[in-house]
Design a protein around this ligand. Structure first.
Ligand code: ATM
Length: 236
């Protein structure tokens, strides 16, 4: 069964690396938001360009939703329909955390907006990479984009929002400590994913182990007067 797994987290939490590693291990389609399609790339440029001045919070939420609608229609649903797993670096959880907890828009309205945009496609599992802001890697000298430049208090609200979202829905969200080295985090992610979705533990193409043969009970055949063995039984 094709699975849809999403990575969420604050900036420089290692999502891009870890989502790519999981996708490779699963032979899954690896994608991201915003910008998982050509149209989405144009939206991403607009959304992240520090020169995009005066974008209202609701317009920002709608552009994120538009990116998601295109992404679901063009990439995610077709891949799942073909039986491919999909691993996305960000999805609707980002809208709830950034536009909801960060900007202060009502979370329940954003959930409805995202549901509408995605035609109610929700992930099977969301991996939240938990990295405190004091530990998260820096921006390596480049100018912060429009979202990164939103301020300390904004990003603190986003991280608290993620914790609240994960606590409210522990079946769908798995929190993984993202502070260790990349290999250790990848192993912790794999354990969390295969614990929640055990069907993924078998590598693609691995032969399905055949069930052990049923124990032979010759006395039953004898009791039922079926000489020679058991033919197909009529379905009741
Ligand atoms: P990445 O570069 O981490 O892929 O994400 C770009 C930004 O888009 C990120 N900002 N920071 N810092 C989070 C933001 N974002 C939203 O605000 N809402 C959304 O729905 C999505 C998908 C991303």
């Amino acid at each position: 069964m094709a699975r849809f797994i999403v990575f969420e987290g604050g900036e420089a939490s290692g999502k891009s690396t870890q989502s790519a590693r999981l996708a490779e291990r699963l032979g899954a389609v690896h994608t991201r938001e915003p910008g998982g399609t050509e149209i989405g790339s144009a939206l991403r440029d607009l959304l992240l360009d520090a020169r995009t001045l005066g974008l209202s919070d609701r317009a920002e939420a709608l552009l994120m939703a538009a990116d998601r609608a295109q992404h679901v229609a063009e990439v995610i649903r077709p891949a799942l329909a073909e039986g491919r797993h999909v691993v996305s670096d960000r999805y609707a959880g980002s809208t709830l955390a950034y536009q909801g907890y960060g900007r202060g828009l009502p979370v329940f309205e954003l959930r409805r907006l995202s549901g509408w945009a995605a035609n109610e496609l929700w992930p099977d599992l969301i991996v939240l990479l938990d990295v405190p802001r004091s530990v998260a890697g820096g921006r390596a000298g480049r100018t912060p984009d429009r979202m990164e430049a939103a301020g300390e208090a904004f990003h603190d609200r986003v991280l608290r929002g993620y914790q609240a979202l994960a606590a409210a829905d522990p079946v769908r969200w798995a929190i993984v400590d993202g502070t260790a080295g990349a290999d250790d985090v990848a192993e912790a992610v794999w354990e969390a994913v295969t614990h929640r979705l055990p069907d993924l533990a078998d590598p693609p193409g691995a032969p399905t182990p055949s069930p052990p043969p049923p124990p032979r009970k010759p006395h039953l055949l004898h009791e039922r007067g079926e000489p020679g063995g058991s033919g197909p039984r009529p379905v009741a």
